[in-house]
Each structure stands twice: as C-alpha cells, then as structure tokens.
Design a protein around this ligand. Structure first.
Ligand SMILES: *Cc1c(COP(=O)(O)O)cnc(C)c1O
Length: 365
C-alpha cells in the first residue's frame, strides 16, 4: 500500500534531535509546563508573526478555550459551517450555545460569507469558519462582517497551520488574523505531535491572558481561581517534539505543495478539486477530489494499493445527535459529503508513488 501519510520517513530525519530533547525532559523532570512549552510558543509566534501563541492539550481544547475566553454561553448563537469535522460544532453545543449551520462555497468547501451574513441575528456571539483541508477560509470577507457587526471570529485552523495568503500585497499566515485562531497538532495534521496537542493564537493581550488562565483551571496564580476553566495544558514532551518538527515544517509545506501541483496538473479539467483562490498557499492537510460513485471508486483504488479516506461522509446536521437541525437546507454541504474523497498526501510521497496515484485515479473516474 502507498502510505496515506508517512510519519516514519519524517521521524528518520529528526530522530536524534527528538530523542535528545525527550532525554533532557526525563532529566529535568518538569513534565507539565516545562521550559519547552514557552520555547515552542516563542517559535510559533515567529513562524506566523503573531503576538500570542498558547500551547494547549488538543485542537478541541483550543476551540473550548476560544469559546470560554469570549464568554460564549447558554442561548448564544455561533455560526459554523455544516461541512467540517464534528468537533467544530461540538464545543458550541457542549457550552449550551446553539450552533447555526451555514452552507459552504462548493468551490472552496469553506463557509460562504454571504450565507454567514444572512444567518446573523441579535443572538450571534461568534462566527467560526474552518480552514478546510488546509485552505484558509475567506477571512477577509468575514473580518469585514466582524468589524461591521461587532461579532468575534474564531478561525478553526486545525488543518491550516502553515497555510498563507496575500491581503493587500502582504503575505498573511492562517491562524493570525481572526479574533482568536485555533489549531490542532494531532499526529496526522500538517504539523503533528506524538500524541494530542493544540494551540490558540491571538493578537489581543486580554484574551491571551484569559486563555492562559483558563487552560489551567482558571487560576490567576497558584490556587487562586478567577474563572471556571479546565485542564487544557500542553505537556513538555509534546512541545519538545513540536519544536523539532516546526524546524523542518516550512520545507514540508513546500513539498506538500509540489505534490499538490502534480495532482492538480494531472486532474485539471477532468476531476472536480478544491479551488485555491489567487494568492493562497494551502497547507494541504488533505488533497480531496469529488467522484460520483465513491464506494466503487475507493474499492478500485484500494485494489491497486492506493489508500483513500473520506473527510467527511455526512454534513453535521445529518448526524444522529443533531437531528433537531435535520431540516437545515445546505445543498453544497450535502453534496460534498456524498462525493468527496481524499488521496495520499504527505511531504515524502515519492515521484513513483505520485505517478501511481495519478494513473490509478484517472483510470477509475
Ligand atoms: C482535527 C480537528 C479538530 C480537533 O482537533 P483535535 O486535536 O483532534 O482535538 C477540530 N476541528 C477540525 C476542523 C479538525 O480537523
């Protein structure tokens, strides 16, 4: 089987450095909130040119921190895309707020800003775009809405850390423009740890301080609690792994883009793919195409040793737990959920493997 992702080749490149970093932690013994966490946060700040990067336990913790920092609670409405990973809407519901499911733009798979405008009510407390598959959502349009209406934007950048785009001629990194951005360092994400990890990002000093307190049980100082928070801390070992991986990450984003270019060139005009708007560089968390008969397509590819995955097989309002929202009319989300399929994508995919993927896909569409 061609590897769908390949963490082993990557490990081969950084093995010695990771082992010596982990050894250093075993020696100093500060497993929680050790010096590696602050070092990583500094490096993350530099990487995306952001004022505050704050490590936390996972991408889901990161979303929770953002929601709590913005005081989102029972009865508030939060606008989310209907086509995304379940966790995006889950945190909204977990806090007793109401997710308002909005359709995606069928060409980019990201939330449609026009539909967002239509969904705003006096109860809207935040808009939560997702930068799906690594392509930054249309944050320029959404930030305009945010300024006009005074509504916060939380970018769920779980898949898009490392992506960038140009605004007025300057390059801006995903995770550095919304009120608060979040990401996940789950092992299979573009920048992955060796376990669960995540981060929140903001340029607002007050929100940053509050999120630092929230992730440690709302403590202002030892045993002095000023918020209801939770344990959302990032541990030192995961931070150490991420420091080493961040060192080679810019190069990896380049390599992912080379693979994507090959695919796009080969499939151009033959297969529907995610549109990458002018100026955008994706982090290619997934390379996703659309096919009409997905089950048989996947079966044929699998027989030729080309693995595939589906992100995601249902829109959120078709999930059993969201049956109260099952009348939501979001045709682009519904159609994408039925047709999307993701192909092998990672920085170390060999030329030969790329050739086999392309050939096999073209033979089976
Ligand atoms: C992976 C992911 C999350 C959750 O991240 P975890 O680190 O697994 O908690 C949230 N939103 C999106 C869009 C994701 O892809």
């Amino acid at each position: 089987m061609i590897p769908f992702i390949d963490l082993k080749s990557q490990y081969g490149l950084i093995e010695d450095k990771v082992k010596s970093r982990i050894n250093a932690i075993l020696e100093h013994g500060k497993y929680i909130m050790g010096p590696e966490v602050a070092e990583l946060e500094n490096n993350l700040n530099k990487f995306i040119d952001c004022k505050h990067s704050i490590g936390c336990g996972s991408g889901t913790d990161a979303l929770m921190l953002a929601m709590l920092a913005l005081d989102i609670k029972h009865g508030d409405e939060v606008i989310v895309p209907n086509f995304t990973f379940f966790g995006t809407a889950e945190v909204v519901s977990l806090l007793g707020a109401v997710p308002v499911f909005v359709d995606i733009d069928p060409s980019t798979y990201n939330i449609d800003p026009l539909k967002v405008s239509e969904a705003i009510t006096p109860k809207t407390k935040a808009i939560m775009p997702v930068s799906l598959y690594g392509l930054t959502a249309d944050l320029e349009s959404l930030m305009k809405i945010s300024k006009e209406k005074g509504i916060a934007i939380i970018e769920d950048g779980a898949q898009s850390f490392g992506a960038s785009y140009t605004v007025n001629g300057t390059r801006v990194k995903s995770c550095n423009i919304a009120t608060i951005s979040t990401t996940s360092f789950y092992p299979a994400k573009p920048l992955g740890a060796y376990g669960d990890a995540g981060a929140v990002f903001t340029n607002d000093d007050d929100l940053a301080l509050k999120m630092r307190q929230l992730l440690n049980h709302g403590q202002e100082r030892g045993y002095h609690h000023i918020h209801i928070g939770f344990n959302g801390r990032l541990d030192s070992i995961q931070a150490a792994v991420l420091i080493e991986k961040l060192d080679i990450f810019a190069k990896e984003i380049e390599l992912r883009n080379q693979v994507a270019s090959k695919y796009r060139e080969a499939f151009n005009g033959k297969i529907k793919m995610q549109e990458v708007p002018e100026g955008h560089i994706s982090s290619w968390a997934q390379f996703t195409i659309e096919v009409e008969d997905r089950d048989s397509f996947r079966e044929s590819l699998s027989k030729s040793n080309v693995p595939t995955a589906v992100h995601y097989p249902t829109q959120l309002t078709d999930q059993p737990v969201y049956k109260e929202f099952s009348n939501t009319d979001t045709p682009a989300s519904k159609s994408a959920a039925k047709k999307v399929v993701s192909l092998p994508m990672h920085p170390y995919l060999s030329d030969e493997d790329q050739r086999v993927v392309i050939e096999t896909v073209l033979e089976n569409i």
